[in-house]
Design a protein around this ligand. Structure first.
Ligand code: ZN
Length: 127
């Protein structure tokens, strides 16, 4: 897969406001094989420890599968794995403080780029 060149518009809601109102669109690639894995809206500062289901913007088949997901059904989605090498990227969980569906990010499983240009440069430059 390749990252789409469309411009993603951050969603603004109470979740992003709670985190200070500043959101970043991240291009996340597999740390093992550099396959584009997720486009994700990160709200607020800090390390990427979990990916909330409602902030995953790409790929479309995953976004579709997460569309009707609730904290009661998130476990049925299974893990997020790299399509290239099957490395596990995230495991389903619920962030209890907000009762919000999420994936716990496996430490070290992702490269994170704040622009599609740097994500593409990574995949070209290091393979
Ligand atoms: Zn991979």
């Amino acid at each position: 897969m390749e990252f789409p060149s469309v411009k993603f518009k951050p969603r603004r809601d109470s979740y992003s406001r709670t985190r200070g109102g500043k959101s970043t669109i991240l291009y996340l690639s597999c740390s093992n094989c550099k396959e584009p894995t997720l486009v994700y809206q990160k709200d607020g500062p800090g390390k990427l420890l979990r990916c909330y289901a409602d902030r995953i913007l790409w790929p479309p088949d995953l976004v579709d599968r997460l569309d009707a997901i609730t904290p009661e059904t998130i476990k049925t989605v299974g893990v997020i794995a790299c399509e290239g090498c099957m490395q596990v990227i995230g495991t389903p969980t619920v962030y209890r403080r907000e009762d919000r569906s999420a994936f716990r990010v496996m430490p070290g499983s992702l490269y994170s780029d704040a622009s599609i240009e740097s994500a593409k440069a990574r995949s070209v430059g290091e393979t």
